[in-house]
Design a protein around this ligand. Structure first.
Ligand SMILES: [Zn+2]
Length: 327
């Protein structure tokens, strides 16, 4: 048991925005003596491909379900011996579907706790006292097509919220839910709609000259809502403390150091072991095959360069020595 964090003392808040492509993104807003400030730089969670894997498993489960349903309809009107075979097939499909479901559950849980750990570390480094998450009940996820709705499945987010509340409580950070509406559509500085210079994923306010990644400015907006409403939270039994009203106060851009500096790869990975590719002349020139390697086990002596002997069935085609490559 840990004591509940004091919400009203929060000066720095992290806003977590749910995004369809990765699980979430976060940004920071702080309450300074002259108003709210943010550096408008966010952090995007890297799910290491688990989101794609989940979507693939979900599609696979739906496919298995559809196939089993089809066989069930067929077996209803089938003669007995055919029906027995169909039912054996249906049993196999159902077993596969159960296995896929169990696998999805495990991946979901791993994803949720990995996200929670990283988001909590981000908030700890930033010195935040509050993490604001979008209220999932007010989130509008309809109308983006089947593929995107599948990906934005709420269950993974609900698990991530629970994991985040659990992990953050361990370091004394409170998690509050704030209204989701308009978080990535309106400028945190002036509350006017953003323009989208680079399409859906970018946001820019020409008046305040702030913007950037859509999910990151949404994080600033959510952190702002948590800071402005921190004295007016309500708590339902079994739920997170919630801010229900959206207030506005301008968030200025500042260069104050709050967010952790993103780590950079120190060494560029170079692959030196790949064989160099030589184009095969004559046949389709856009298909390349690597040069055959000279081996110590080669017992075939290279042919003298003046005579070209071509053995079609031979594996090790001798090449003239000037074409050999040192790898
Ligand atoms: Zn603005």
């Amino acid at each position: 048991m840990v004591p509940a964090a004091d919400l009203t003392a929060g000066r720095v808040a992290v806003g977590v925005d749910w995004s369809p492509s990765t699980l979430g993104a976060a940004a920071i807003a702080a309450d300074s003596p002259d108003g709210l400030v943010s550096d408008y730089r966010g952090w995007t969670y890297d799910d290491r491909g688990l989101g794609i894997k989940l979507a693939r498993l979900q599609a696979e489960g739906q496919l298995l379900h559809a196939k089993a349903a089809r066989l069930t309809r067929l077996s209803a009107a089938a003669p007995p011996e055919v029906r027995a075979r169909l039912e054996a097939k249906i049993a196999v499909l159902d077993a596969h579907r159960t296995a896929v479901g169990i696998k999805r559950g495990k991946i979901n849980r791993e994803l949720a706790f990995d996200f929670a750990r990283q988001a909590t570390d981000y908030a700890t480094v930033a010195g935040a006292q509050v993490i604001a998450v979008e209220d999932l009940t007010t989130l509008e996820t309809r109308g983006h097509g089947r593929a995107n709705n599948n990906r934005a499945a709420q269950s993974a987010r609900r698990q991530a919220v629970a994991a985040l509340a659990h992990t953050a409580a361990g370091v004394g950070i409170a998690v509050v839910s704030v209204p989701a509406r308009g978080s990535s559509a309106q400028c945190p500085g002036c509350d006017e709609p953003f323009s989208r210079p680079g399409g859906y994923h970018t946001a820019w306010c020409p008046r305040c000259r702030v913007g950037g990644n859509r999910d990151h400015v949404a994080g600033v907006n959510l952190a702002k809502r948590a800071l402005l409403g921190r004295n007016k939270t309500t708590r339902r039994r079994g739920g997170l403390p919630a801010v229900r009203v959206t207030e506005h106060a301008p968030v200025r851009r500042s260069r104050d150091k709050h967010a952790p500096t993103p780590s950079r790869p120190r060494h560029r990975r170079v692959r030196r072991s790949l064989p160099t590719v030589t184009p095969r002349l004559g046949v389709t020139p856009n298909q390349h095959v690597p040069a055959s390697q000279a081996s110590v086990w080669d017992t075939v002596k290279p042919a003298p360069p003046t005579v070209m002997r071509v053995a079609v069935t031979h594996v090790h085609l001798p090449r003239p020595p000037r074409k050999w490559q040192i790898v």
